[in-house]
Structure formats: C-alpha cells, structure tokens
Design a protein around this ligand. Structure first.
Ligand code: SAM
Ligand code: F3S
Length: 462
C-alpha cells in the first residue's frame, strides 16, 4: 500500500513523538509519505489525548468530519491511537463504525499487522495492550530533521496522581536499557544531531538496565542489585560525554525524583541546559496531598533552592491545575505566592478537568466555573509578567542559540532557540551563507524583547 498518510496529533510532546514514530513505521513498511491534507491520504490516523475532557471530545468531532470521506473511499484506512484509544478500545468502533484500527500508545509499532488484520478479517482490528519495551525494539530508526531530536527513554507513569488518567492509558513506568539509549544518541550525533531532548512521562524515574540486552531486567526494580540499573543522573553524565551532542534537554520530570544526584548533575554536565520544566500543580499542601503528589510546597522550594545554588541562571517552567475539587481562595493564594517566590517563567496551566475513573472524580467540586476561570487568568497573567521581565533582562546579553529554521514572519531571516527556550529572530549579515548557520549554534546579542519572541544580531568573532 503506497501513497500518503495523514496524522492528526492531540496533546503532549509524548504524543508528538509517537506520531512521528507512526510515520516512521508507515514509511518503513509501505514507503508512504506524509501529507497535510486528509483527502489526499490512504491512511488517516488520529493520535488522541484524554488528559482533559475537551481534548477527548474533540477527537469524536474530528472523526465525524472524516466519515463521509471514508464512505466515499472505503479503501482508506482510518485509525485511532493514543490515550483515548487506550481507554475506550472497542467502544470507539461502536461509536464510529467506519474506524478500521484502534491501537494504544504501546502498540503503535504493530500498525502494519493491525492494518493487515483488518484487511483479512473485514472487521476492525483493536490492540490496546501494554507489551512494554517491545515497542522500542521494533520501531525503525528515527528520521533526523535538523539538528534536534527527541529520544524516548522511558514510558508510562506509576505515580497515580488522583486527577490523572495517564497511568491507566499509558501503563506503568518502563525504562529502556541504558546501552540502547546511548547507542541511539551516538547514532543521532553521527547523523548531525547536536541537541537531544530526553523524553518520557517522568524521565527522572529512569531506571535503565545496565547490561544492554533489550527486554531483560526492566525498570521498577530500583537501583539495588549491585548497580544493575542506571539512574537518570548517570544517564545524563553519559550523554554529556557523547561527542557531537552539545545541548541536552529533558521533559517531563517529577519533583519526587529530583534527587541530589540529579541536582549535582547540573554541576558536572555543562551540556545540560539552564532550563527546567518541573510540574508542581499547586502551591497548597492541602491540595498537593489531595492530588497525591507526594511532596509539599516546601520540599519543592528546597529542590529549586539547591538547583539555583548550582545553576543561578536556571529558568523554571511548570504545570499548574487551577480549581482542583475543594480548592479554596487561600489554597489558590498559596499557589500565587509560590509562583512569585520561585519566579516561574513559563507554564502549562489549565482548569481541572474531571476524568471518569480517577480517584478525584469522586470528590465534591463546589467551586463555580467562573471563579476557576478568574483564577486561571490571574495565574497566567502573573507568569506572563514574570516571563516578560526575564525577556527584558536578556536584552543586551549574548546568548548561545541553535538555528532551527527560517523566521516565521520573514523567511529571509533565521530563527534560533536559546538555552532557556526563547525563539530569537535575526538577520543574516551580508556575505554570510544562510546554510552555514542553519542547524548550527550561534551567538546572538539580544536587541529587543517581545512577549513571545526576541530579536537579536549575530555576534561575529574574529
Ligand atoms: N509527569 C508530569 C508530572 O510530574 O506531573 C505530568 C504529565 S501530565 C500528562 C501533564 C499535565 O497535564 C499535568 O502536569 C497536569 O498539569 C495536566 N493534567 C493532567 N490531568 C489533568 C486533569 N484531570 N485536569 C487538568 N489538567 C490535568
Ligand atoms: Fe499524571 Fe501525575 Fe503521572 S500528572 S502523568 S499521574 S506524575
């Protein structure tokens, strides 16, 4: 089956990564190529998200759009993957009968088998099991575009925060063996990658088997056993030693596993960026306990204090949930105080969304919706004020940045990303070939700060 595929992605970076791997599978198996137009596609996939109700409902609306097209083109394969698929399974086919394949985040590598099964049996093929590490072993090598790459190092989540569906949709934490991860990154570096983002639902829960035989001694057994497992700090140190890799990012991490060893890695690993995304959700201990986060606001502050000792310039971003059941005005003010005190720079912040099947879904929720919206607006405005201040303080400084692409507004210019995740647009000086700058690190003097980007000029060294 040659032709084109269309993938619509909902939700987080994990899903973005999974979608690119679905593309890799279709390209390797059928030689298919991507398209942005579903009406040109022979395979149409929806990679879904169920973290909040809105994202979940959107999938069914979008599936409705595709219905007529599928009826007119019965040979087109329509698939639903991701977390909604994992939660709903067969129910998706019941609700949308024209869906051909349903697969979970851990079975996306079986897509060709599922498509074949659908052809053979004439019935929808559903596989939402968790075969754990098998996915990593059976995926084709990732495509490299530019100088940045995502590398998945672990999957799933075993934290069971009371509001969250992820442990149920993606399964428990499973880490890839250490040598597999290092081999992937070395290979990427040899193909020109300079920046890696280590990816997982809780990357700092990483426990990678040290023997390198894929599939054996999987995670969850801890560090015991005479050092048979590598922790995340050790992984960072080893990635820091890989020639060609110049910048290391990771996402997402959990405060509970922000160990002293990991904080110390900020001293020993210069390639690790001075930017950390560490979800806190709330600044109120009462709410943190009800969320079952496993830490207090004070413990979170202590992590940041120790980190800033090692890296005084570190920029901090976080996830916040506003309006968790029972959140009082005082709880919300505690969150606002934490935001100001720690000077968060960017955030993913949302109103709590009740997720059926999670423990928090049973809790009484009396806070009026308008009040939640008001709180969210205040929180976001405060973080934007802080981000603006950090942007302004960057004016006049020289920043190392990785050139990613032509600038969005003016394609004659280039856009580069700083360590602290700012996009800087700059003009290419006369006589300098753009190609020499593209996908390389440059030094930029920041000249202007705008709310969502910076402007700079190239610093040329003699
Ligand atoms: N591993 C991360 C951590 O340490 O919390 C979070 C991963 S989670 C998939 C991404 C974010 O989605 C969470 O940090 C949380 O803010 C948000 N989220 C999850 N469930 C939610 C819900 N029921 N309502 C609103 N936001 C939710
Ligand atoms: Fe969800 Fe909490 Fe895990 S937010 S992904 S259960 S750390």
């Amino acid at each position: 089956m040659a032709g084109k595929y269309f993938i619509k992605t909902y939700g987080c970076q994990m899903n973005e990564y999974d979608s690119s791997r679905m593309g890799d599978v279709l390209e390797a198996e059928y030689g298919m190529t991507p398209t942005d137009d579903p009406q040109q596609a022979q395979v149409i996939l929806f990679n879904t998200c169920s973290v909040r109700e809105k994202a979940q409902e959107k999938v069914f609306t979008d599936l409705g759009w595709i219905r007529e097209y599928k009826q007119a083109n019965p040979d087109v394969v329509v698939g639903v993957g991701g977390c909604v698929a994992s939660q709903e399974g067969e129910a998706i086919v019941k609700r949308a009968r024209y869906v051909d394949v349903v697969f979970g985040p851990q079975t996306l590598h079986r897509l060709p088998e599922l498509i074949e099964q659908r052809r053979r049996t004439g019935r929808a093929a559903v596989d939402i099991t968790f075969p754990e590490i098998e996915k990593f072993d059976s995926l084709p090598p990732a495509r490299v575009e530019g100088a940045s790459a995502f590398v998945s190092i672990m999957e799933g989540c075993s934290k069971y925060c009371t509001f969250c569906v992820v442990p149920y949709t993606r399964g428990e934490e499973v880490s890839r063996p250490l040598l597999d991860v290092l081999a992937d990154i070395t290979d990427l570096a040899q193909r020109g990658v300079k920046e890696v983002t280590l990816l997982g639902q809780n990357v700092n829960a990483y426990r990678g088997a040290m023997h390198g035989l894929a599939g054996e001694g999987l995670a969850g057994e801890g560090m015991e056993g005479a050092g048979a497992f590598a922790d995340f700090a050790l992984l960072l140190e080893l990635v820091n030693d890989i020639d060609g890799i110049e910048r290391i990012r990771y996402t997402t991490s959990h405060p509970r596993e922000m160990t002293q060893r990991l904080i110390d890695a900020y001293a020993t690993c210069p390639k690790l960026v001075s930017h950390l995304h560490l979800p806190v959700q709330s600044g109120s201990d009462r709410i943190l306990a009800a969320m079952k986060r496993g830490h207090t606001a004070m413990e979170y502050k202590s992590i940041i204090r120790r980190l800033r000792k090692v890296r005084p310039d570190i920029c901090l971003s976080s996830d916040f949930i506003v309006g968790f059941p029972g959140e009082t005005g005082a709880d919300f003010e505690a969150t606002m105080r934490l935001i100001e005190e720690l000077d968060f720079d960017q955030s993913f912040s949302f109103i709590y969304s009740r997720r059926p099947g999670t423990p928090a879904a049973e809790l009484q929720d009396d806070t009026p919706h308008e009040l939640k919206v008001e709180r969210l607006m205040r929180l976001q405005a405060q973080i934007q004020t802080q981000a603006d201040r950090i942007n302004t303080a960057m004016v006049g400084t020289v920043q190392r940045a990785l050139v990613e692409a032509p600038a969005k507004k003016d394609p004659n210019e280039l856009a580069a990303r700083t360590d602290n995740n700012r996009v800087v647009n700059f003009a290419v000086p006369h006589g300098l070939a753009r190609d020499r700058l593209m996908h390389n690190f440059v030094e930029l003097r920041i000249t202007h700060a705008y709310p969502h980007s910076l402007r700079g000029e190239l610093v040329l060294r003699a």
